[in-house]
Design a protein around this ligand. Sequence first.
Ligand code: SF4
Length: 342
Amino acid sequence: MREHCQSLIRPEPVGSTVDLTEDMPEKLRERLSKQGYHLIGERGAYKACQWQKKALTHGDFCYKQRFYGIQSHRCLQMTPVVDKCTQNCQFCWRVTPEDVGVAWDQLHVSRSPSSTPSELLDGVLMANLRTLGGFNPEIAPGVTQEMYEEARQPRHVAVSLAGEPTLYPQIGELIDEIHSRGMTSFLVTNGTNPDVLKSMTMPTQLYITLAAPDEDTHRTLCRPGIRNAWKQTLDSQELLGSLGTRTVNRLTMVSKRNMHSPRSYAKLILRGEPDFVEIKAYMHLGSSRRRLASNNSPSHREIRAFSRDLSALTGYYVADEQVESRVVLLSRRKHINKVQHA
Ligand code: SF4
């Protein structure tokens, strides 16, 4: 197990947060519960993925199954810090202070009284069982007993959902805990905490989001709440090749905002040489609907065209795509190995 130092998760805020509470405001809890989040402990959260339901009832599956072999009905999505992030991206589904009209400290997470990794995972597994209650084959048409039983024993945890997971002081131990329970892990970070990435246990697959080709776009679209956010993101990108795990750059594409300068994106990608690049359309959902319009969501045709440009500029192969999620996969190698479950 590799631990990271507590001081490393103290990002320096842009403005003062002195008078703000670290606790999750009640108004935020209420809003998240209404949106279908199961809150766990102080700030952990689980939300049932729509693809789990589609997999059980119709045999459909999400792009993670198609691209990497992660079975949709056995995949859980969670976050250890639903209310904390170093950025305030316009395209984020996360509920932010401007959405509920209450301010809180979005940056700092104390080790105590945060839930332990074991408590978080127990809560996530319990929430999955509760959600699956409605899919018991005895009452849910189309669900097979075999799929239902498998879904009750998940094999994969996606640490993403909302919030910046590297702000959780025990993020490395959370990954250890997931693996020790026989599951694989994906972790999605915005890259603003390179020191944490250097020292934590690596997930099965690590994502760094590249949401801007340059600092100006990053400042206006991602609205960082810490100093040096762009530099930190570049530092994380430089680290990618040395982290010893499968790596992905996720490009969340927002029309008229960050879907430009493919050469700059290509340079960034080649700095980290990740195994994969996912070019994915922003979806006009959740709290982002207040900040962006539906025409900020690119079509799959636009995603495909941008991906081809990036492929030509980086030498990455166009490996696959899923039209429904408007996502294209680029791969550094021609052949893709699927994730081996523990
Ligand atoms: S970095 Fe991720 S969680 Fe944070 S505001 Fe941006 S999209 Fe949301």
